[in-house]
Design a protein around this ligand. Structure first.
Ligand code: OGA
Ligand code: NI
Length: 330
């Protein structure tokens, strides 16, 4: 726990959540039992703190560029690139305008001559000018590879927890050729829930799981029971060197509700904040339908089967501004 002021920790209204922790260096089976909440920490994932610091350094350098420079790599129709402040609105019922954050999506690089090029979410990434930000692309591509490796390790634990073969998700149809998107985020620090202003509105993530790295500034909150009235929100403190991992809606569907995607949001506390979620979804073509071990005569599938890319396209459409609004402005 870092970056907490004494006042914060003494504030009785500031509920802090205690989450389970999974140690990837010691992944004996009983750890799977720790997956009772859709959020947990993961340690010993093999990504060094030095490298993580480097990725955050590069991320800050990008967001520090003039807006004009950032707009040169504006998000494209494949959902790669820069998203300006307010571009996204995750909780329209409670938010008066979009999220007070800017971001940058980076996915798996798919060249024009690849047969998969036409698929949504596949394509080339726009990259900032390497004269302006040397080593930036290399750093991000290396991080993407490393985070994907960690995701596959966690995928094995999830499979075991579901009574599946450890490598169940490690096929070309699933995590072998996944849609995996990292996103650099920069929060302005503003929030006023009483006025409907949020750093990031309440939502569940769309995919299988998300690996979240943050700079340690408090802000992330989870609501373990979305149906409770009033909802109870708890802060999730960062632990240096640990990922905060959360399970997404596709895994909830796959597992027939055995795993829950947990509602979460970010409040600003006046401080700027940087974070890097790594969103893991299976292959475009993957049909996300009730897993064989998650159904029985008394436990029939609760969700219709959906194709990964179609589901994801719909969820992005619901939450992101139409790209055409930017045409007039640049
Ligand atoms: C997200 C998210 C949390 C954070 O981008 O989906 O929940 O701490 N981010 O930035
Ligand atoms: Ni999220």
């Amino acid at each position: 726990m870092e970056n907490h002021t004494k006042e914060e920790l003494q504030d009785p209204t500031m509920q802090v959540s205690s989450l389970n922790c999974i140690d990837l260096a010691n992944d004996d089976l009983h750890h799977s039992a720790c997956l009772d909440c859709g959020f947990f920490y993961v340690i010993n994932h093999g990504i060094t703190e030095e490298f993580m610091d480097d990725v955050f350094e590069q991320s800050k350098k990008f967001f520090a560029l003039p807006l004009e420079e950032k707009m040169k790599v504006l998000r494209n129709e494949k959902h790669r690139g820069y998203t300006p402040v307010l571009d996204e609105i995750l909780d329209p019922e409670n938010q008066v305008n979009g999220d007070h954050k800017e971001g940058y999506y980076i996915g798996i690089e798919v060249p024009k001559d690849d047969p998969n090029y036409d698929k949504p979410f596949y394509g080339p990434n726009p990259w900032p000018d390497s004269d302006v930000l040397p080593q930036w692309r290399e750093t991000m591509e290396k991080y993407h590879q490393e985070a994907l490796r960690v995701s596959k390790d966690i995928g094995r634990l999830l499979a075991l927890a579901l009574d599946l073969d450890a490598n169940y998700f490690d096929t070309p149809e699933m995590l072998g050729k996944p849609i995996a998107t990292m996103r650099l985020l920069h929060y302005e620090g503003v929030s006023d829930p009483s006025k409907g202003i949020y750093a990031c509105g309440a939502h569940t993530d769309y995919g299988m799981m998300t690996l979240l790295a943050t700079d340690g500034v408090m802000g992330l909150q989870i609501c373990k029971d979305k149906n409770a009235k009033p909802q109870k929100w708890e802060y999730v403190p960062a632990i240096k060197g640990a990922y905060i991992v959360n399970l997404g809606d596709m895994l909830e569907r796959w597992s027939n509700g055995f795993f829950k995607s947990t509602l979460h949001r970010v409040l600003g506390n006046g401080q700027e904040r940087y974070s890097i979620p790594f969103f893991v979804e299976p292959n475009h073509e993957c049909l996300v339908e009730c897993l064989p071990t998650c159904k029985s005569e008394s436990n029939v599938p609760k969700y219709p089967a959906i194709k990964c890319s179609a589901y994801l396209t719909q969820r992005y459409k619901e939450t992101h501004a139409e790209l055409s609004i930017y045409n007039q402005e640049i």
